[in-house]
Design a protein around this ligand. Structure first.
Ligand SMILES: Cc1ncc(COP(=O)(O)O)c(C=O)c1O
Length: 355
């Protein structure tokens, strides 16, 4: 590919200028009087211009691809995604005047497809979640485009050592809290890129914080973490949009993780309903997975008489999922009865313990 330096410089300026105009996302402290000496925080990634934590990743992936000479004037961008990354990449593709196609499973939330189209991108739907990779590669070859491949490049496109990454932002925002260095950070993996960034940052900064990664049902990450078997695949797919994968993604870095847990889908969905009673805000189901894991850890700390803080992520808002996680019939048909978990969370709220 013949590089067009002028275009590249202008593209980088446009992305950096966009960053310069944006503010950091809020770190919300949950009001949980039931926990004596344990503070729980949510890093609210829903307030990025494209509504999710994937705004950060899309910015990093574009910068990485441009600086590698993979993307230039007019290069069509193809991406495999469960939706959120594609929405954010469509935003940056439009900023740079590049065509964008997202390859997504057909079960992707309609709202995300509408948002991709709003930013001028196209949605190319495939039957199943495990078909997105090969179809993206094929399309990129057919169109002479670039397959962004977040599942491979997420962990390396982000500068994990320092400035501008999510871990750096969290630790800065915690500075004036009573327990400024979290005992735990909790995150669920889609690409695994965010947990890789957080885990590496913790070690590089020599913090005592531990990283707990929470996996939904029907994901191979937790089994891979236990067994080390990279060839694991699943033919049943995660129902928690954005997280849980049918194959071990290259961006998932097990060595940075201190503990993994599997969280029931019913618990994840019950947790977003419970969170709405606490915050007056709707969140996506991966936030439920994160928060349920964080609350389990908080309750265990309380039982051991420990004090400290726990930080997890509000990955995206719930408005994208009004016809799925916030539709009681859909939840009944696809997730099951969430009431026992909701009751468990109410008990937790009253006592600080899971019954
Ligand atoms: C809503 C949502 N939550 C969580 C994640 C997981 O983040 P990561 O890909 O960095 O592991 C994703 C990734 O697509 C997502 O879309």
């Amino acid at each position: 590919m013949c590089s067009d330096h002028q275009w590249m410089s202008e593209a980088i300026r446009l992305i950096e200028a966009d960053y310069q105009r944006s503010a950091d996302t809020h770190l919300i402290k949950l009001d949980l009087p039931c926990l004596d000496g344990i503070d729980v925080y949510l890093k609210d990634e829903s307030t990025h211009p494209t509504g999710s934590l994937k705004h950060r990743l899309a910015r990093s992936l574009f910068l990485y691809a441009i600086c590698n000479g993979w993307v230039n004037r007019g290069t069509p961008i193809i991406e495999s995604s469960s939706g959120s990354t594609a929405v954010s990449e469509a935003y940056f593709a439009r900023l740079l005047g590049l065509p964008f196609i997202a390859v997504m499973p057909k079960c992707t939330a309609l709202k995300k497809i509408e948002q991709i189209e709003f930013y001028g991108g196209k949605a190319h739907l495939v039957e199943r979640s495990d078909q997105i990779y090969a179809e993206s590669q094929r399309l990129a070859e057919e169109l002479g485009g670039h397959y962004m491949d977040q599942f491979t490049y997420a962990e390396r496109a982000t500068d994990w050592r320092g400035n501008n990454n999510i871990a750096n932002a969290i630790f800065n925002q915690m500075q004036l809290e009573r327990y400024p260095v979290p005992t735990w950070v909790v995150m669920s993996p889609g690409t695994g890129g965010t947990s890789a960034t957080i885990g590496r940052f913790i070690r590089y900064q020599k913090h005592a914080t531990k990283l707990c990664v929470v996996d939904p049902l029907n994901s191979v990450f937790h089994d891979f973490y236990r067994t080390g078997d990279k060839q694991l695949t699943s033919t049943v797919f995660s129902k928690i949009e954005g997280i849980g994968r049918p194959r071990v993604e290259p961006s998932f870095i097990p060595g940075v993780i201190d503990e993994m847990r599997t969280i029931e889908d019913r618990a994840s969905v019950a947790t977003i309903y419970w969170l709405e009673t606490l915050l007056g805000r709707k969140a996506g189901a991966s936030t439920g997975t994160n928060l349920y894991g964080a609350l389990q850890l908080a309750s265990e700390m309380a039982q051991r008489g420990e004090r400290g803080s726990i930080v997890t992520l509000l990955c995206d808002g719930g408005e994208r999922y009004l016809d799925t996680y916030y539709d009681s019939q859909w939840v009944k048909d696809n997730i099951g009865d969430v009431q026992p978990y909701f009751a468990q969370l109410e008990t937790f709220q009253a006592t600080g313990r899971f019954a």
